[in-house]
Design a protein around this ligand. Structure first.
Ligand SMILES: Nc1ncnc2c1ncn2[C@@H]1O[C@H](COP(=O)(O)OP(=O)(O)OP(=O)(O)O)[C@@H](O)[C@H]1O
Length: 243
């Protein structure tokens, strides 16, 4: 019976939206320099979905991504992430929201003075119920899972671009976040490494039931998406291309 209840609750979670954006506007600058960069955005992303956001440079993709991650404050409208309203949220609430997510950026953002293993362990450091030994073991297992089990003690400078990005993926996913936000994760990679990296993200996300919102210009990786949304001049022009 307990198992049945757990399964039903899992299913309910899978169908619930994890990100709900309603009538969201965003502005940069003040006074005469104030400029609107997002216009009345409406978007719902469900648990377990991989959503790719495309669109021309300057169309507002990164702005929407960073707002969704609590990396900047949402100003007008509604932006709910895992049930929490981020529009008008306190700095404290944004910090908590940020900690729930995994992040993968174009420039992998690894610490150069730390090994691959130490970088991935950092993804667990906010999870203070784990002992140091458990953190090490989980980080090592995650690196093994991304094919870098034999590179644990390498420093980022001694890894290829694709390997560095795999370390960044391991760091983002080691804590099993419900949401991963990725900004141009393949931009610095050749086509084969880029393909390997998105395939890996897709596999891990499906294994963990994690939702991915991924911004890209890279048309070669669109096929990993469950859904593609398009931004143009701060407007979401297409919100319904299902694959
Ligand atoms: N911190 C900021 N201060 C002022 N304006 C900004 C800031 N960040 C972005 N903008 C402006 O907001 C608009 C949207 O930028 P954003 O980076 O979200 O676009 P993008 O679609 O992600 O572009 P790209 O594909 O080139 O990364 C652009 O006009 C940009 O110049």
């Amino acid at each position: 019976m307990q198992t049945l209840i757990a399964n039903e609750s899992d299913r309910a979670t899978t169908q619930a939206p994890v990100i709900t954006v309603q009538n969201l506007n965003h502005f940069f600058g003040h006074g005469q320099l104030r400029k609107q960069v997002l216009f009345d955005i409406n978007l719902e992303i469900n648990a377990g979905e991989i959503v790719i956001m495309t669109g021309p440079s300057g169309s507002g993709k990164t702005t929407l991504l960073t707002l969704s991650g609590g990396l900047r404050s949402a100003q007008e409208g509604s932006l709910k992430v895992l049930g929490q309203e981020l529009c008008g949220a306190s700095a404290e609430a944004l910090t908590i929201a940020r900690r729930q997510n995994g992040y993968i950026f174009q420039a992998h953002n690894l610490h150069h003075s730390l090994t691959a293993l130490q970088n991935v362990k950092m993804g667990l450091e906010l999870h203070n119920h784990l002992s140091l030994a458990e953190m090490r073991d989980r980080a090592a297992a995650m690196l093994d899972h991304v094919g870098l089990g034999n590179r644990l003690d390498y420093y980022p400078d001694d890894l290829s671009g694709g390997q560095k990005q795999r370390v960044a993926i391991a760091r983002a996913l080691v804590s099993h976040p419900k949401i991963v936000l990725a900004d141009e994760p393949t931009a610095a990679l050749d086509s084969k490494s880029g393909r390997d990296v998105v395939n890996l993200m897709q596999t891990l996300a499906k294994e963990q039931g994690c939702t991915i919102l991924l911004v890209t210009h890279d048309n070669r990786i669109l096929d990993v998406a469950d859904r593609i949304v398009e931004m143009e001049d701060g407007n979401l022009t297409n919100n319904s291309i299902n694959r």
